[in-house]
Design a binder for this molecule. Structure first.
Ligand code: FUL
Length: 427
């Protein structure tokens, strides 16, 4: 069986781990999640918007990229576009001369944050949407502006919502990216290089497979995109810090425990996590959200900033081991007291580990499926010097085993009934 390898850009993206999603636009000013392209551009006026502050905050939470809604389903553009009047150019903000994407891009490049852009395929403002060919031209012109005016992009986010039944000329659309931003990750549509984890709760399930032959299109249908062949498509888990993707005055951030649970079930299972913070009408993040993100980062640092690093060596297999079994020993320099492990496998030659079991003091300590770019395990605290690890999978390379003493032996809990809204939001 050939094992599909990632590109260096996919690996680089996977190593970025956490990104911040920013849903901002006219919806912000009307308490809406979706709108139909008729809200007046004159409402957009983020008087205290400060791109430097957004980027500084995002970096301080340990995120390594941002994805901004350059255009949501309503068609309103946050940049100075030549394609439509429905944009910041017709808002009072900076007398119509402001450009959110330009300012964020400049700060990202200055401060060293990866820049991603969300450009909704579904557009409820332009009358061209009902004419597939004319809309392709329009959409390609928008994508070309975004791909040529704002420096290197790390990710382009294509949201399947609302596009059910619409035919896009994806080969033409993708050629814009091939030509101008060949290193950008393409999320979930067209010729994707990364995929949606399949829910808006930010949660993955073990095993997390990086090689798949399909991906789910959107929260609002059960439609799958099927590919002719297997593709290396690492998943991105997305979730909003609050219930809504856009800011609403009566919404509130999730609890710290819930957000820690999301971390374990995304990053802790080898996925990227894209966590949404919706700016308020003045253009700033809500202090309730930034405070929660500060707490989240501080708790993650308290748990994981000081790893106890083991040396990993491969062992002889034993008679009777099933094909594909590899045995490892992970040795700490001295006896350690730990309640978490973080494992990682090398992915250059593709994802290989399908299952793993970890033994300490001759008893099973923890076990699971995939390992990937990072895999957290939680258990009752144990004193140990050495771990025996058994993996299943063709020629894997377990490259890192780290221990932590966090004071917690259980996964942080996610409210059982929590479900991101899946009804079509009312507009
Ligand atoms: C969904 C959209 O419909 C929501 O408004 C939001 O943008 C979310 C990230 O994706 O499919």
């Amino acid at each position: 069986m050939t094992i599909i390898h990632p590109t260096p850009q996919q690996l680089e993206w996977q190593n970025r781990g956490i990104g911040v999603f920013v849903h901002f636009g006219l919806n912000t000013y009307f308490g809406k999640e979706w709108s139909n392209g008729t809200l007046p551009a004159s409402a957009f006026n983020p008087v205290d918007f400060d791109a430097a502050e957004w980027v500084r905050s995002i970096l301080s939470w340990g995120a390594n990229y941002v994805v901004v809604t350059a255009k949501h389903h309503d068609g309103f553009c946050l940049w100075q576009t030549d394609t439509t009047d429905y944009s910041v150019a017709n808002s009072p903000w900076k007398d119509g001369r402001g450009d959110i994407i330009a300012e964020v891009a400049e700060e990202c490049h200055k401060q060293g944050l990866g820049l991603g852009l969300y450009l909704s395929p579904w557009d409820r403002n332009t009358p061209l949407y009902s004419d597939n060919k004319a809309y392709d031209d329009f959409y390609i012109a928008q994508l070309t502006e975004l791909c040529t005016r704002y420096g290197p992009l790390m990710e382009l986010w294509f949201d399947g919502a609302g596009s059910e039944g619409h035919e896009y000329n994806w080969p033409r659309i993708m050629s814009v990216i091939d030509e101008h931003q060949p290193h950008a990750m393409v999320f979930n549509m067209g010729k994707p290089t990364i995929r949606w984890a399949g829910n808006e709760n930010g949660l993955a399930e073990d095993p997390v497979e990086y090689v798949v032959n399909h991906t789910k299109m959107s929260n609002y249908t059960v439609v799958l995109s099927e590919f002719a062949e297997n593709l290396y498509l690492p998943p991105e888990c997305n979730v909003s810090i609050r219930r809504g993707w856009f800011w609403h005055p009566d919404d509130a951030p999730k609890t710290l425990e819930h957000l820690l649970g999301v971390y374990y079930r995304s990053v802790g299972l080898g996925c990227n996590l894209l966590i949404n913070l919706p700016p308020m009408q003045n253009g700033q993040f809500d202090p309730a959200d930034t405070q929660r993100m500060d707490e989240w980062r501080a708790e993650l640092d308290r748990r994981f900033a000081h790893p106890l690093v083991a040396t990993v060596t491969v062992q002889e297999s034993l008679p009777g081991d099933a094909p594909g079994t590899t045995r490892w020993v992970a040795r700490f320099p001295e006896e350690v007291l730990i309640d978490h492990l973080r494992l990682a496998e090398s992915l250059e030659q593709g994802q290989r580990i399908a299952e793993h079991r970890v033994y300490a003091n001759s008893a099973l300590l923890c076990a699971g499926g995939s390992v990937g770019v990072s895999r957290l395990q939680v258990f009752e605290r144990q004193k140990l010097r050495e771990l025996s690890i058994v993996t299943a999978g063709e020629s894997p390379q377990l490259v890192s085993v780290e221990g932590f003493l966090t004071g917690h032996s259980e996964l942080p809990s996610i409210p059982e009934d929590y479900q991101a809204p899946t009804d079509y939001p009312v507009d």
